[in-house]
Write a protein that binds this ligand. Structure first.
Ligand SMILES: Cc1cc2nc3c(=O)[nH]c(=O)nc-3n(C[C@H](O)[C@H](O)[C@H](O)COP(=O)(O)OP(=O)(O)OC[C@H]3O[C@@H](n4cnc5c(N)ncnc54)[C@H](O)[C@@H]3O)c2cc1C
Ligand code: FES
Ligand code: FES
Length: 1345
């Protein structure tokens, strides 16, 4: 007793089961997935299902069996097949999401008698997000548990049909992985994909995949279910009645008690909206609320029925009753497919959804349109019935009194010629809430020989505080024959029925309005088609059929092509990530998992709520008395310097002022929402949060700059950030007659949230009462932490240590921004002489840590009629936010990449960093490169449209070659862009693909396909010269094992694995003898952040250098004796006083850039790649999916091709998010419904990164063969950032598809398409008679830039 306030996740982590991770706390990421089993006394069967532990109240699981990742296997006892497969198939990179994926898969396998299909596997993973892998290896890994073609999985590879290996992606024999030895000889590599079939099945335990599987505990089968009355912190009470009358009695005692079923609404309210409920009544065990019955007039569905149960029940009913009576059931079933993810559907209830009355509920418009009724019971046992249409009274307000409970829903059968259809459009197809949804029903009857509408119901969700009925349209339709002639009038009436005010919450007014008409149009066509199949109306022409085909997703397939070039014992082999086994078992520790020292305090931040304001007062008089409060620290408490910010070298010859333009704690003026004003520490995280909320800050508002445009207008730029580069004479070229055409335009490039799965966190503790400070941090830059914390505390660097073992993703977001939280926590720790832990909640992380820079590019391009580029005049601006951070370096990198891969004889590019009142934007994979290249690809497309030629032709015509001198003076050597481009063209069969797309488009009016090829060249090196240095420490022990420490951080990218491979090959020992424990500032000093894709190059070379030193020292001993092993040799060396420890060092040679001259060699070399994408869009809704992606990259001789392929796939999918899905919405002039300067999209529920169902249906990656890189270690190339930009192929394929749609309406001119190409942008660009009712043909949806 006493834990009623806890979630299962909090409880598990508190008792030391930390394999289950906290990624978001709002049910949106799946990192906390566990399996729950319960026993049904009536059926004598147990049920197993995956749930989100972060939303499950601990007491809701009383009497159930919970299996966490720790329960299924570990490195000592042995891995479960699910864990083993995921590790072997390279399905874990940073590993933070991994336990969640393992548990989702595990629960699926345990719960189904038959092995699941591949479709079921992919579906079951929709509630799990991964930011690293791009999902393909995860699907591959789990694919072996699916039952597809038995023979393929049971036959050993050598027995397979034609002796070829079985590809884990396709499940078919293939030759996708060929091995080449160092001499270039190819041999077939047989993959050894095992068969995984359950070893046993039993009704109670489900499937067992090994003999160690945990069984359902017999004591729980016998346990008598009891009513519960339990308590929690702050007087919270938890009741669990077992009967309806007990529930009603409780309700009469506590009319304001909160009923709880899945807690998926209430959990979010309490965690994020500060709601507090004193009395909670869990109704999961009240049988009367669990009815699922087929009755004469319809289905009776109890209010506590879980959505997953409802899905199963509906499937059964539809199968039994056939389609005639079940049109409503089918619509609800189809809608449920897109309702949340598996974990939520497994707990969330019908009644919870109805009674929450959320304006975007997916089911409420359907209950209303199908004519469902709700049965309501009061505490006196009186039952009343109300029609669903009358139930919703206002925003989250329903017709239910405090003494009433929703009992059940009655869903009527449909009649002959009665059709029901559901609609939903969201940002992301799966596990996302609707932007607009709808339920529509029509009944057609015969009257005087005509088939006319006798009854119709049209209800929309997401357009107002309550679902809206289109009353006027309904009245108009009744009595009419459905034909095209009435569409226009119906559209006009719908416009009146569903008005959206200009500033309607949620924005996107033109789009959402267009959707309402699009949905109706689709419904009209659907019904017309249905009637036609019965011979009762004219048929749809073929082109219109495309409006009514529902999207169904086939299983994903993928191939990976690479050669293996072995160098020594380990280099060149596709070794599994060294921590993979620990990650799949949940044994890998992240900062948040580290046991805290005794006396640890937990921190929460006091954050600015204003975009720009003077702080008038900070009042902690209430906070001080908050439970567990231990202190509030402000700028005045900082022992050293309160100023903080990356060191910038701005003047001649790289020396100049050091800019610390940020503050740890805002002292006088706040310059963005989310800026840190103070830090509160308390005994628990919750208490710290509660106390921080009670600190009252008063402000006097100042004018704020909230976009790049506003900054340009106001001349608001960070000082000394103007940059200019040029080649040739742009003015002269434009003035001469050489340019046949000159175009001008503007490109807006949207930002992107890092969304690393592990939020920012640090644990700081004082040593010797603060004489030294130690910390472990989730950072890409331990040295930067050391430096800033020392500065803030006034300590020498030698007394501050920062260690990082691994981080759950960084992507640039933990390069400089992580520092501020560590610095803030260190102040509290130092002052109180106690350990302090700070872990940011996901929303705080997103609103405070900055993002990928948005950019604005203005271009003027001159070219010939043949398509040769002659001149480019470019102005670019990035949105730096409120401090400079890395924004200048990001701008510089964008400028250096703004030619992309094209020869431009005359070019002038200038750039400026805008000061805006947003949290400082920062590094993100690509570091400005993708933004620079995206601007280039946009003007190339503009050129192609002007010339009425394909963009690919123009690109090909202007590609760089070996010997090209880039516009900033660097000579291109070993340029691979032509090879990459040609190989991609052949591999994607581009010419045929174009023809096929054209045929498809001419046959389909409302669905269009598009294709695109995009090339990239990415410069490798830090553009700040001094950062291109690396140190390493290699220690050989007398048992022959080797401990390597280097300056780089393992964040999932496989850096430690590659470095260990380098060390193993160098010392000629097996990889298993090399260990990399952690990164630590007391082992390797002054390491640059792990960034710029260069860490393998830098640290690989430093480690090699150290290994070579040790080898040289061992050599005399080795040559004297015949040592059987490396261990023997090491022991012999030790006995002979040989130093077996060496420090290695490396600097990148021959690089440097002078920004004043605008010339130099900023990069060591370039990584090349190109991608092809094919997409299909629904022009009426803006929905899209990627049918195919084909990527070719030049990575030299890969040190570890499996890891490199993983980086390419992961970067591509992250890039796909940036290009087409992830939209940041800030309170600015374009989004007046959001408070100025506030971030609306600050959690997985509102910010949608790609999920497993967004990856290309066919995902092909191959590496160019036989192309060693002379400039980097073992002839390899850097890979982390370069593939990211290739995902813009999806954006341009979408644009290609939109172009086809616009051509149908006669619009052939160029049009802008900003990233992300969300459904809103796609729909509004596909101009037609519907969009024209709400926006002009030039309408450009609003974007926070
Ligand atoms: C990650 C995530 C994704 C989601 N995706 C979707 C989505 O795609 N579409 C969508 O529509 N919603 C979505 N939701 C919202 C939510 O899951 C649903 O509304 C769900 O059905 C709520 O059910 P529950 O049992 O969890 O409700 P709970 O949180 O347990 O309860 C919700 C409310 O209903 C009241 N209540 C419950 N039962 C009764 C009853 N019998 N009588 C009176 N009051 C009652 C409770 O008191 C409470 O106020 C999502 C939520 C999350 C967290
Ligand atoms: S932490 Fe539970 S779903 Fe994200
Ligand atoms: S491996 Fe999935 S989030 Fe890192």
């Amino acid at each position: 007793d006493g834990l009623a306030h806890l979630t299962l996740l909090r409880y598990l982590r508190d008792i030391g089961l930390r394999g289950t991770k906290l990624g978001c706390g709002e049910g949106g990421c799946g990192a906390c997935t566990v399996m729950v089993s319960c026993y049904d006394q009536s059926t004598k069967k147990s049920q197993h299902f995956a749930i989100n532990a972060c939303l499950a109240p601990l007491y809701s699981l009383e009497g159930m069996h919970i299996i966490t990742v720790e329960g299924i296997g570990n490195c000592r006892r042995g891995l479960h097949p699910v864990q083993e497969r995921l590790a072997e198939a390279h399905g874990s990179q940073c590993g933070f999401c991994t336990p969640g994926f393992v548990m989702s898969m595990y629960a699926l396998l345990r719960s189904s008698k038959q092995p699941p299909t591949k479709e079921q596997i992919e579906d079951s993973l929709a509630g799990n997000l991964c930011r690293c892998t791009g999902y393909r290896p995860i699907i591959d890994a789990f694919g072996v548990f699916a039952k597809t073609d038995d023979s393929l999985y049971t036959a050993s590879p050598s027995e397979s049909a034609n002796g070829k290996a079985i590809c884990p992606s396709t499940g078919k024999p293939c030759l996708c992985r060929n091995e080449t030895d160092v001499n270039g000889n190819e041999s077939s590599l047989l993959s050894s994909v095992k068969t995984y079939l359950p070893s046993s099945y039993n009704e109670i335990d489900g499937n067992a995949y090994n003999e160690k599987e945990l069984i359902f505990p017999p004591e729980l089968q016998l346990r008598k279910i009891m009513p519960l009355r339990l308590n929690g912190f702050n007087g919270v009470r938890w009741y669990r009645p077992l009967k309806l009358d007990q529930l009603l009695q409780l309700k009469s005692c506590y009319p304001e008690a909160k009923l709880i079923i899945g807690n998926s609404e209430v959990g979010v309210e309490t965690e994020f909206k500060n709601a507090q409920y004193g009395v909670m009544i869990s109704v999961t065990h009240v049988p009367e609320l669990h009815t699922l019955k087929v009755e004469e007039d319809g289905l009776r569905i109890g209010s506590a029925v879980r959505l997953a149960q409802l899905q199963d029940f509906l499937k059964k009913v539809i199968a039994e009753r056939g389609s005639l009576q079940t049109s409503s059931c089918q619509a609800i079933l189809r809608q449920l497919k897109w309702f949340a993810g598996t974990q939520i559907r497994n707990v969330a209830s019908v009644g919870g959804n109805i009674c929450t009355a959320s304006p975007i509920s997916d089911l409420n418009p359907l209950w209303m349109s199908t004519g469902a009724t709700f049965q309501i019971i009061d505490v006196n046992n009186n039952v009343r019935t109300t029609v669903a249409k009358d139930f919703f009274l206002g925003y989250r307000k329903v017709d239910l009194k405090d003494d009433e409970v929703l009992l059940s829903v009655i869903l009527p059968w449909t009649r002959p010629f009665e059709y029901v259809k559901e609609f939903k459009q969201a940002h992301r197809r799966q596990d996302d809430i609707a932007l607009v949804n709808a339920g529509m029903r029509v009944h057609i009857t015969e009257a005087e020989g005509n088939w006319i509408v006798s009854d119709v119901s049209i209800v929309y969700g997401g357009v107002a505080a309550v679902p809206l009925t289109a009353g006027k349209t309904e009245s108009f339709l009744v009595g009419k024959k459905l034909d095209y002639g009435l569409l226009d009038e119906a559209f006009n009436l719908l416009k009146e029925d569903i008005p959206l005010a200009e500033n309607a919450p949620g924005g996107m007014v033109e789009f959402r309005s267009s959707l309402t008409l699009s949905f109706f149009f689709k419904f009209f066509l659907y019904v017309t088609h249905e009637m036609n199949t019965k011979g009762l109306s004219e048929g749809l022409d073929v082109a219109n059929m495309s409006a009514i085909q529902s999207y169904t997703r086939p299983v994903t397939t993928g191939t990976q092509g690479y050669e293996l070039v072995r160098q020594g014992t380990a280099v060149g082999q596709p070794m599994v990530h060294l921590s993979a086994m620990l990650q799949v078992t949940g044994e890998a520790e992240y900062v948040g998992d580290t046991p805290t020292p005794p006396n640890t305090l937990h921190a929460a931040l006091v954050l600015s709520k204003e975009a720009h304001a003077r702080i008038l007062s900070i009042d902690d008089s209430v906070a001080k008395f908050s439970p567990g409060f231990a202190g509030l620290f402000l700028s005045k408490d900082v022992p050293g310097a309160n100023n903080i910010g990356p060191i910038r070298f701005l003047q001649k010859k790289n020396i100049g002022p050091i800019i610390h333009d940020g503050e740890v704690f805002a002292s006088d003026v706040v310059t963005c929402v989310g800026q840190i004003i103070g830090i509160v520490v308390a005994d628990t995280h919750d208490n710290a949060k509660a106390a921080a909320n009670k600190v009252n800050v008063k402000y006097s508002e100042l004018p704020a700059i909230l976009s790049i445009e506003e900054a340009i207008k106001a001349g608001s730029f960070h000082p000394h950030t103007t940059r200019c580069l040029s080649k040739g004479d742009v003015e002269l070229c434009f003035a001469s007659n050489t340019c046949d055409k000159v175009i001008e335009g503007e490109v807006q490039v949207g930002g992107q949230e890092h969304f690393y799965m592990e939020p920012q966190c640090t644990l700081v503790w004082p040593v010797d009462s603060g004489n030294e400070i130690h910390m472990i941090s989730s950072t890409q830059a331990p040295h930067t932490h050391q430096k800033y914390v020392a500065n803030v505390l006034g300590l020498p660097l030698s007394k501050v240590v920062c260690k990082t073992k691994r981080i759950g993703g960084g992507f640039g977001g933990k390069e400089t921004r992580s520092v501020i939280f560590a610095a803030a926590a260190s102040v509290a720790s130092y002052c109180l002489r106690r350990p302090v832990k700070i872990v940011l909640d996901r929303d705080v992380d997103m609103m405070t840590t900055g993002q990928r820079h948005s950019f604005l590019g203005k271009y003027k391009v001159g070219f010939t009629n043949d398509g040769k580029i002659l001149a480019l005049d470019l102005e670019i601006y990035n949105n730096g936010g409120n401090t400079l951070d890395l924004s200048l370096a990001v701008l510089e990198h964008a400028m250096l990449e703004s030619e992309n891969v094209y020869d431009i004889p005359n070019i002038r590019a200038s750039g400026k960093v805008c000061f805006t009142n947003f949290p400082s934007n920062t590094a993100f994979r690509g570091f400005g490169g993708p933004q620079g290249m995206l601007i280039a690809e946009n003007w190339i497309h503009h050129m192609a449209t002007e010339l009425r030629r394909s963009p690919e032709e123009i690109k090909e015509l202007n590609l760089h070659s070996d010997g090209t001198v880039l516009y900033y003076g660097q000579l291109l050597q070993n340029c691979m862009i032509h090879s990459v481009w040609d190989e991609l063209k052949a591999s994607s069969n581009f010419v045929e693909a174009r023809k096929a797309v054209n045929v498809f488009n001419s046959n389909n009016r409302w669905r269009k396909r598009g294709i695109a090829m995009v090339p990239t060249k990415f410069g490798i090196s830090f553009t700040t010269k001094f950062m291109n240095q690396a140190g390493a420490l290699v220690q050989v022990y007398t048992d022959g094992t080797v401990l390597v420490t280097h300056g780089g951080v393992e964040m999932g990218q496989g850096l430690h694995t590659k470095i260990a491979q380098v060390a193993a090959s160098s010392l000629d020992i097996p990889l298993s003898c090399v260990f990399i424990a952690e990164t630590s500032t007391d082992k390797v000093p002054s390491a640059s952040p792990t960034a710029a894709s260069a860490s393998s190059d830098l640290y690989g070379a430093a480690v090699l250098n150290a290994c070579q030193q040790i080898k040289a020292r061992m050599e005399p001993i080795a040559s004297r004796g015949n040592h059987k092993s490396f261990a023997e040799l090491a022991e012999a060396c030790y006995m002979e006083w040989v130093d077996l420890s060496a420090h290695g060092f490396y600097i990148t040679p021959d690089i440097g850039f002078d920004w004043n001259a605008g010339k130099g060699t900023p990069f060591n070399y370039f990584t090349y790649g190109a991608a092809f994408a094919e997409v299909e869009i629904d022009t009426l809704t803006g929905d899209f999916h990627t049918r195919k992606a084909d990527i070719v990259m030049d990575l030299g001789y890969s040190i570890n091709p499996a890891i490199d392929i993983g980086q390419i796939e992961g970067a591509f999918i992250q890039g796909l998010g940036w290009a087409a899905m992830e939209e940041l919405k800030w309170g600015d002039d374009n989004h007046k419904w959001i408070r100025p300067g506030h971030l609306f999209t600050r959690g997985p529920c509102s910010y949608k990164i790609p999920s497993v169902n967004d990856i290309p249906l066919n995902f092909k990656v191959s590496l160019l063969k036989g192309v060693p890189n002379p400039k980097a270690i073992h002839s390899s190339k850097a890979v982390g950032e370069p593939p990211f930009f290739l995902a813009s192929s999806v954006l341009f394929a979408i644009k290609d598809a939109i172009t086809a749609a616009r051509a149908e309406e006669g619009h052939l001119d160029w049009f802008p398409l900003d990233n992300p190409a969300t459904p809103e942008r796609i729909r509004m660009a596909c101009v037609d008679s519907i969009t024209k009712k709400f926006a002009s043909v030039y309408y450009r949806p609003k974007l926070s830039v």
